[in-house]
Design a protein around this ligand. Structure first.
Ligand code: MG
Length: 258
């Protein structure tokens, strides 16, 4: 029986790929076309944020304080390729790999400061792209969204391809910006079904941009979100998007498990 099901599945998958390839020049184009179906393009109002500095409170776990990246490791044992600049900024270099926390987290309050490159290279999704992957699965987009049109559900402070930010509070390239994130992890029943979805509230430079929205499942470029049971706590990571529009920098990262 298993064999039959597998054969049918393999046939359907093959037909899909063959179809997609017939329609598009190559496989990469067909994937990109699928990914584009999940994009939403609309105008998000712009807001000029006030100056916003946030020092870690006494009970926070400091993930990065400008000195070392000992709270993180690379993927699959890969050495961390990010650099610490003289000003203490932790900077992604192309191909440096994702920055994964050693510790696992679930419900939390998270403060992150980031800076997209002052010298602008690329456009849209290639401009200062990174991301904060809560639990390694749910991305709050990091992008240079200052006068940089892209699909709205993929601009800075979007829950990637799920929730458009309420406003665009992005600062100019080269300026430090902050996210304050309040995240509640999803809850699963013992049989694996979803009990409660994850929720997230995000302030971008002190401006509310995500107001307790329900996350629909893991965020992805091309596939629709579907929850799969996972642990109550998982490591988060900071994305190395791996393109020329970087390097993006981070500083002052702290977290309060809730
Ligand atoms: Mg990203």
């Amino acid at each position: 029986m298993k064999k039959i099901v597998f054969t049918i599945f393999a046939f359907i998958s093959f037909s899909f790929i063959a179809n997609a390839q017939a329609k598009y020049k190559n496989f990469q184009d067909s994937i990109a076309a699928e990914a584009a179906k999940l994009e939403v393009w609309t105008t998000v109002p712009e807001v000029t944020a006030g100056r916003y500095i946030n020092e870690a409170p006494s009970d926070a776990i400091i993930l990065y304080n400008g000195k070392d990246f000992s709270s993180f490791h690379g993927r699959n044992g890969k050495k961390i390729g990010w650099t610490i600049d003289p000003d203490g900024a932790l900077t992604d270099v192309k191909g440096a790999g994702d920055l994964i926390t050693n510790e696992s987290f679930g419900d939390c309050q998270l403060h992150v400061e980031f800076r997209t490159p002052a010298i602008v290279k690329g456009s849209g999704q290639s401009r200062g792209n990174s991301g904060i992957y809560l639990m390694g699965l749910y991305e709050i987009q990091v992008l240079d969204s200052y006068k940089n049109p892209t699909y709205s559900n993929g601009q800075a402070a979007a829950v990637y391809k799920q929730h458009i930010p309420l406003v665009n509070a992005s600062r100019q390239p080269g300026m430090w910006q902050a996210y304050d994130i309040i995240f509640k992890a999803p809850v699963f029943k013992t049989n694996g079904e979803l009990d409660k979805p994850a929720t997230v509230t995000v302030l971008h430079n002190g401006v509310l941009v995500q107001n307790n929205v329900s996350i629909l499942g893991p965020t992805d470029w091309v596939t629709k979100p579907v929850y799969k049971k996972h642990d109550a706590k998982l490591p988060m990571f900071f994305q190395d998007h791996g393109d020329d529009g970087n390097p993006i920098s981070y500083q002052n990262i702290w977290i309060r498990p809730l």
